[in-house]
Design a protein around this ligand. Structure first.
Ligand code: OGA
Ligand code: MN
Length: 291
């Protein structure tokens, strides 16, 4: 049975190693259980989904997101320690815009290096949903890399080197490299604050293995001398950064991009800081400990 057609959706794989565009869905409207099931199946198969030409206010972004589970509140603003959207503290704002001295959102206009979100907590969010309200004319593209494919393609000796190994995921800095409020700069990576997660994650649904790296800065492979940990991590990161594992998304206003946070890494290009980029974002609570 073609559940996609039955649900009135078209799943169009992107011209890339991962990702698919969903056509025929208005995310501002309630979904039938059949449509939701079709969407979830497409998400599990493609890891990153794109919905174009959507029109969502914050309430509707929240309602759409809750179809996939309970929401995981974002880290507070690194500028104020408070929510960017007091009326919707379950949402985050990704933006470079500063109005009247107030930062609308986080991550600025610089590059955000490869990372997964909030892997520095014991049970990281399983997914994120990012909705574009304003996009710059150029730059600020977002990339995703498939961590199952990256694991599969590892040389045998690297698979062996990470077998059973655990790394510390830095809680002190955000994805733009900014020190979070209340944290001290990390000078010794063996004492980096943050959760310890397995480098090779086994997907509970499929039994497939995926690399689970979080982010490179201040990471440490527990039990190794620092130089060996750095060398191993550098090798793994050089491997996953190969464009053959990745897709690139060029944003249009009204895009909803949703990704499975435990299956892919993402990064963002810098852009001209005089242009405006404003995105609202939810994330879905995880249930999985990567140990
Ligand atoms: C995020 C993130 C990248 C972007 O929302 O977690 O890293 O393109 N955003 O803004
Ligand atoms: Mn991110």
């Amino acid at each position: 049975m073609d559940t996609m057609a039955d649900a009135g959706l078209a799943v169009v794989p992107l011209d890339a190693p991962l990702g698919a565009e969903i056509r025929g869905l208005d995310a501002s409207r309630p979904m039938t259980p059949e449509t939701l099931a079709a969407l979830e199946a497409a998400w599990a198969a493609h890891f990153v989904l794109l919905l174009r030409d959507q029109s969502l206010d914050d309430d509707r972004l929240v309602a759409f997101s809750k179809n996939f589970g309970a929401l995981d509140p974002p880290a507070p603003s690194p500028y104020t320690g408070e929510s960017f959207l007091p009326a919707h503290p379950e949402l985050n704002v990704i933006s470079n815009v500063v109005e009247g001295g107030r930062h609308l959102g986080t991550l600025g206009d610089g590059e955000a290096v490869w990372h997964a979100d909030m892997t520095y907590v014991d049970v990281p969010p399983k997914a994120a949903i990012l909705y574009a309200l304003e996009v710059p004319p150029a730059g600020g593209d977002t990339y995703f890399a498939d961590m199952f494919a990256a694991y599969d393609a590892l040389p045998a000796e690297l698979k062996k080197a990470i077998e059973g190994r655990v790394a510390i995921h830095d809680a002190a800095h955000n994805s733009a490299g900014m020190l979070r409020k209340g944290y001290e700069e990390v000078t010794d990576v063996t004492r980096t604050p943050g959760a310890r997660q397995k480098l090779a994650r086994t997907d509970p649904a499929t039994g497939r293995k995926a690399l689970f790296l979080g982010r490179r800065p201040h990471a440490y492979v527990v039990g190794l001398p620092v130089a060996e940990s750095d060398a191993l991590l550098d090798e793994l990161w050089a491997h996953v950064a190969d464009p053959k594992f990745a897709m690139c998304h060029k944003w249009r206003r009204g895009d909803v991009l949703m990704w499975l946070n435990l299956c892919v890494l993402h990064r963002r290009d810098s852009f001209d800081g005089t242009a405006r980029r404003v995105m609202h974002r939810s994330q879905i609570k995880g249930t999985e400990r990567i140990v």
